[in-house]
Write a protein of this length. Structure first.
Lengths: 353, 933
């Protein structure tokens, strides 16, 4: 399939007005709306200000703003997808009854399927990240500051994981806004207990343990980490709210999410930690946590790769990547929902009629 | 029940039971203490099972009972599998595993709040109806079971989401409900197996649920912290002698876990919860640990009382753990009843717990925040400011314990000035704090800072005053909120946040569109300006342009412009409507957010006004510059059409590819998959020979796993193939590109060689011509020499005969001198010719070398693209060198040609002179002959 291009396909926008925003430049006013950079932004073609998906440092941009109104940007984000996403989430949020909510959910999935699951329409991971950030993000300031200061890459990973969690959770049947908001924020708490003592070894261990398909904790055990680092890492999964106990009660709408968070290093084959659970002991949300964290936990995400559907459904079909992390039940549910979506749409239309 | 009666029941199914036990590798142990209880398995893990309805289910299960099984159920494949699960296999969080593979297709729903119980019950019971099951029983069961989970959720024992999975086969339906739980004990079941109580629906929920199903199995997965309710229905249950079977697996009683539970802090969380729940359930949850009714209005008051008691007891040197209920009562009685208001017994009990556990204060804060879900910072600041302004100097001194003895404290006049300053600074600083996401705590800290600064006191002295003011303000806000929402805090907060979000989204969307329009117009303005400049130039050269032919286009463009302006107006009016509805809806609900929305509206308005004024200017400019704009629009249209057609092609191509892929995927999907019909078949075989059913199931499982692996391998293979194809394609494209480049290089080299050859031939021709001319000259010189020598001999003879005239002899001498000079010139020309020959030889060598290099490249082929790229540079350099040489050679040739021409001219002159000399010589000879004669 021919590679999509964000920069030259903007005229595909359904609304004629949208073509007005198509250019290879972005105004600083517009950039203020973005939390993640919509593309590669350069100054005079020499200085790379930020790459696609970077957290935009608006303070840093101020000095450029004084010199010019617009700045070159190689767009990797599709603005109309952001609008669409927000529209669907508003529909979910404002649905007055369960049938309306179910319809909003199916409408969302129908769009998601075309763009991000099948790649029939253009879209990128950045759309999902920015959209979810705009619609769900509400992390306490101190926690945000701690993550962005200590490991901006991990913060971005959590943001991506949260976005994918939301999309897959909607596919699994979650259609309540508050629950989706909670689900979005789960990854930000995976390793929150390590924040105060974040070291090179623990940061490496966080993503490497996810990527490692061997025995759990093998990386940290064989690393040069100190005994203290090792013990902290081994205990961190169950201490999501350590030092932030009040957040568990006040921040989340759903109660007792600590056990769900603690599953992020479990594996469906029972080789994870801390409890070595297998898939028959895990709920769908927990298996989703495991799948997303293990498969989308790399700090190096290629946001320039616009074949998002390969990154999503391709990962489900790749048994080398998802070995021990994708429960057959979760796979059949998610694949099944996209396969039978037309039927579900027809059923809902029937109910509506 | 008599032993005899029970024996008859046992005898009726003994064969089935024995078969099942053998299958599981278990056996009946000695009879238990009761006549109607079967003890199964080894002594260290024995299971107590009864085949009759015990007089008291609760009592049976409290005495080690694990299952009450209807004897008929053991003859049913699905129910016997459920018994098998209880006795041996444990629990599975999926219908397929729980049914032992008898039910393969299942659906899932997630329940996230108890208000959706009916919705989900209806969905599942509708499916049950369509498949011929007793949907009323299914619906009643679900309604009760899900409500039971909702009450457990209320008591912080079970947690949402509650996962519901249901599946059917031809004869059975199975529903599995599971949720994460903490500290789940059997006692929670007994509490809901009682009689119905009007005030407490929880008391009979499980009893009602049990009566609506054929088999209920409750399993607890301790490591995963989950409780699973699996219920099943059969279309073929006998009318007589049937009762619902109940199995409870791996759940301890409160007594068994008492020590563990009471030492864990989680129990306290349950016991003292202050969280607000939307759409609260009536009555208590389980009374064992939870069940404390929330008291929303008194949160602030309770917090203050707790803080005061803690402080007093600390000052008395009493540890908070030692505080008793009586102490609390006594202290509350000593407090000012006007300020304190009514404190219920439940609240007093809660206060005791909170005094002893410092963490409880955090939870109260969390509770307060939940009530003030969307913290209204501006209102909070206003109320806080009012409270500070209402504060007298005397009250301040009381708080600060000043004005006693020598310390005079702050005077009324000074306080007037200081509080004005505090309020002013608070209002100016608070905006920044709120913008940066600060809430109540941050604002309180700011007030404390300001008060401390103005009073020149230390923070610890000012803190009580600020905390008390903060509590008052919070209390006031909560009570206002509760009153305005008719008492339903959560609903109000929910509605409010929903409305605000909607308005914000609408405003944001309108704003974005306005910005986009403005940008479009800016672009158009830029185009117009540039076109205007062009037109000006044109007019300068050609005079006034003739627009008579473009009247029609003018009309069209005006129409387009009017449409654009109408669109702007429409958007304007839409935004007005939004603003009006915002004003109507928000009203007094939330001044802070309304102000924020109003501000945004104003921004939108101003941006739209700008757009409108810009549009007026554009209209004027458009009228003037319409011809140019038309061209620009036509160009844009053409470009857009081209882009559209390109994209259409891309889309069509993409769709074709996707169709092909879909077909492939469909083919793969149609292959037997994990849990497919093949697995069913194997299981049916297992039924035929129940003695081997365990092995059959294992084989079945293995078979499924292998099929899954096969499917995954197939998918992987196809993906690898795709990758390989892509890679091969990329490599081929690269090779082709390299080949093309080489061909182009080769063509260049060949053309250069041809040019050089042509040049060489031309030089050769010139050379030959020069050589011919040279040889002719030589011949002429030779002849001239012979003639001259001949003349010389004749002159000698003539001299000898009579003496020649002296004038003629001088002429002859002069001619001879010229001849010598001419000969020298000829020699020089010959030398030049030789040097040209050398150059030509060199050029020939270069041409040969170039030809050799080109052939070498051809031989290298596409596999050496990089090396070829290296040679290419060298080759280019050589060509440049050759071109330079060629230029020099051409120059030299031209020079040689010019020299030759000069030589020829000299030659012709020389010849003419020679002829003249010859004539003169002839004449001189004749004269000499005449004289001689």
């Amino acid at each position: 399939m021919e590679k999509n291009s964000a920069s030259n396909s903007s005229f595909l926008s359904e609304e004629s007005f949208d073509s007005g925003e198509v250019s290879n430049e972005i105004s600083f006013d517009e950039l203020n709306n973005y939390y993640f950079s919509p593309g590669k932004i350069t100054w005079k073609g020499r200085l790379n200000i930020c790459s696609a998906g970077d957290v935009v440092d608006h303070t840093y941009l101020e000095k450029f703003k004084k010199l010019t109104d617009t700045i070159p940007c190689e767009f990797k984000m599709y603005s109309w997808n952001l609008d669409r996403f927000s529209k669907f989430i508003t529909e979910i949020k404002e649905a007055k009854g369960y049938t309306d909510r179910a319809k909003a959910r199916v409408n969302f999935l129908n769009w998601f399927k075309k763009v991000y699951w099948e790649g029939k329409l253009e879209g990128s991971l950045l759309d999902l990240m920015e959209s979810c950030h705009r619609n769900f993000y509400n992390l306490p300031k101190d926690l945000e500051e701690a993550w962005t200061t200590k490991s901006i890459d991990l913060f971005r990973v959590y943001s991506l994981q949260g976005s994918l969690m939301v999309c897959f959770a909607i596919a699994l049947g979650y259609s309540d806004f508050k629950s989706l908001k909670d689900i979005y924020h789960l990854p930000f708490f995976y390793d929150a207990s390590l924040l105060d003592s974040l070291t090179f070894n623990t940061v490496s261990a966080i993503s490497t343990e996810w990527e490692d398909k061997g025995n759990s904790l093998s990386f940290i055990n064989n690393s040069s980490a100190t005994a203290n680092e090792k013990s902290l890492f081994k205990a961190h999964a169950e201490q999501a709210f350590k030092g932030r106990e009040d957040l568990e009660e006040s921040f989340f709408s759903m109660k007792n999410l600590a056990p769900v968070i603690s599953r992020h290093h479990e594996r469906i084959d029972g080789k994870g930690f801390p409890h070595s659970l297998n898939w028959s002991e895990l709920s769908d949300l927990e298996t989703l946590v495991i799948f997303v964290s293990h498969n989308y936990g790399s700090e190096e995400v290629d946001f320039d790769n616009e074949n998002t559907h390969v990154y999503l459904n391709g990962r489900m079909n790749n048994e080398v990547c998802n070995e021990g992390t994708l429960s057959p039940r979760l796979e059949s549910m998610i694949v099944g929902i996209f396969k039978n979506l037309d039927k579900e749409l027809a059923d809902l239309d029937l109910i509506g009629a | 029940m008599t032993k005899k009666k029970y024996k008859s029941i046992y005898d009726s199914i003994s064969g089935d039971l024995e078969e099942l036990l053998v299958d599981l590798g278990l056996e009946l142990s000695d009879e238990g203490e009761q006549d109607d209880v079967l003890v199964i398995g080894p002594s260290d893990s024995e299971s107590h099972l009864t085949l009759d309805q015990p007089p008291s289910i609760t009592e049976f299960f409290q005495k080690k009972g694990e299952a009450v099984v209807c004897p008929h159920a053991l003859k049913d494949p699905l129910f016997s599998q459920m018994v098998r699960n209880v006795l041996k296999e444990g629990g599975f969080i999926n219908v397929e595993g729980m049914s032992g593979g008898q039910i393969l297709d299942s659906e899932n729903v997630k329940m996230v709040d108890h208000m959706s119980v009916g919705y989900y019950s209806d969905i599942i019971s509708t499916d049950a109806f369509e498949l011929g099951f007793n949907f009323v029983r299914v619906r009643n069961y679900l309604s009760n079971a899900l409500t039971y989970f909702s009450y457990l959720n209320k008591g912080d024992i079970a947690f949402i989401p509650v996962d519901i999975e249901y599946g059917t086969n031809d004869t059975h339906m199975m529903v599995q409900v599971h949720a994460n739980v903490q500290n789940f004990v059997k006692d929670y079941l007994w509490e809901s197996l009682g009689d119905e109580e009007a005030k407490s629906p929880f008391s009979a929920l499980l009893k009602n649920a049990l009566s609506q199903t054929d088999f209920l199995s409750v399993t607890y997965l301790k490591s995963a912290g989950k409780v699973i309710f699996t219920s099943a229905w059969s279309k073929k249950i006998p009318i007589e002698g049937w009762f619902t079977s109940l199995a409870i697996k791996d759940i301890q009683s409160f007594e068994e876990r008492k020590e563990e539970l009471l030492t864990r802090p989680r129990v306290k969380v349950v016991k003292t919860t202050v969280k607000m729940e939307s759409d609260d359930l009536p009555g208590k949850s389980t009374g064992l640990m939870g069940g404390t009714e929330d008291n929303k209005k008194n949160l602030v008051k309770i917090k203050r009382v707790v803080e005061v008691i803690q402080k007093v007891k600390k000052s008395e040197g009493v540890e908070v753990e030692e505080v008793t209920q009586e102490d609390i009562e006594a202290m509350i009685n000593n407090m000012d009843p006007e300020k304190l208001g009514d404190i219920s017994d439940d609240e007093k009990e809660y206060i005791l717990g909170a005094v002893k556990d410092p963490k409880e204060l955090n939870k109260i804060d969390a509770g307060i925040d939940r009530v003030l879900d969307n913290f209204e910072g501006e209102k909070y600041v206003d109320l806080f400011s009012e409270s500070i302004e209402d504060l007298s100097a005397e009250e301040v001194n009381t708080y600060l314990k000043k004005g006693e003895g020598e310390d005079e404290g702050v005077s009324e006049e000074i306080w007037e000035v200081k509080k004005g300053k505090i309020v002013e600074d608070l209002k100016s600083n608070s905006e920044e704090i709120r913008k940066s996401g600060g809430g109540r705590t941050e604002l309180n800290a700011e007030v404390l800072k300001l008060v401390t600064r103005e009073l020149e006191a230390i923070e610890d002295d000012c803190a009580p005053m600020v905390n008390e003011l903060s509590d008052k303000v919070t209390e006031q806000m909560i009570s206002e909120k509760i009153e305005s929402s008719g008492g339903n805090v959560e609903t109000m907060a929910l509605e409010h946040s929903r409305e605000v979000q909607t308005l914000q989204n609408q405003v944001s969307s309108a704003n974005e569109r306005a910005t986009r329009m403005k940008k479009l117009i800016d672009i158009m303005k830029g185009q117009i300006a540039s076109m205007a400049a062009k037109e000006k130039n044109l007019n300068g050269a050609e005079g006034t342009s003739d627009n008579s032919n473009s009247d029609h286009e003018v009309t069209d463009l005006k129409k387009q412009l009017n449409n654009a302006l109408a669109e702007i107006k429409n958007r304007d009016s839409t935004i007005d409507k939004i603003r009006k509805s915002n004003e109507m809806e928000s009203g007094s609900n939330d001044e802070t957010t309304s102000a924020a929305v109003e501000e945004k509206m104003q921004e939108v308005d101003s941006s739209l006004e700008n757009i409108s004024s810009d549009s007026d200017n554009i209209e004027e400019q458009l009228n003037k510059k319409v011809l140019f704009l038309k061209n620009a629009l036509e160009q844009q249209t053409r470009e857009t059409k081209q882009r559209d057609s390109t994209i259409q092609k891309i889309r069509q191509s993409n769709e074709k590819i996707i169709e092909t892929k879909d077909k492939e995927i469909e083919k793969l999907k149609n292959k037997p998959v994990f849990g497919g019909p093949a697995a069913q078949g194997s299981n049916a075989g297992g039924e035929a020979s129940e003695g081997e059913s365990l092995n059959a199931i294992e084989l079945d499982e293995e078979n499924k796993n292998l099929k899954t692996q096969l499917e995954m391998m197939t998918n992987r293979l196809s993906q690898l193939n795709e990758n390989m194809e892509a890679k091969t394609k990329a490599a081929t494209q690269k090779a082709e590109a390299d080949m093309l480049k080489l061909r182009q290089d080769n063509q260049k080299a060949t053309s250069t060689i041809n040019k050089l050859k042509e040049e060489k031939e031309r030089v050769n021709r010139l050379l030959k011509k020069s050589q011919q001319s040279s040889s002719m000259l030589e011949e002429d010189v030779r002849l001239l020499k012979i003639e001259a020598s001949h003349r010389e001999s004749e002159q000698k003879e003539a001299k000898a005969a009579g003496g020649a005239s002296s004038g003629d002899a001088a002429k002859v001498k002069e001619l001879q001198n010229r001849e010598v000079q001419f000969t020298e010139k000829l020699k020089a020309a010959s030398l030049k010719i030789k040097s040209y020959e050398q150059k030509i030889k060199f050029m020939q060598a270069q041409v040969n070398a170039t030809q050799g290099g080109g052939q070498g490249k051809k031989k290298k082929g596409p596999g050496r693209a990089e090396a070829a790229g290296g040679n290419d540079q060298k080759f280019q350099l050589k060509i440049k060198q050759l071109e330079t040489l060629k230029g020099k050679a051409e120059e030299a040739t031209k020079k040689a040609q010019a020299d030759l021409n000069n030589a020829k001219k000299s030659n012709v002159q020389l010849k003419s002179e020679l002829n003249a000399t010859k004539l003169k010589l002839d004449e001189a000879e004749r004269k000499i002959g005449k004289k001689a004669s």
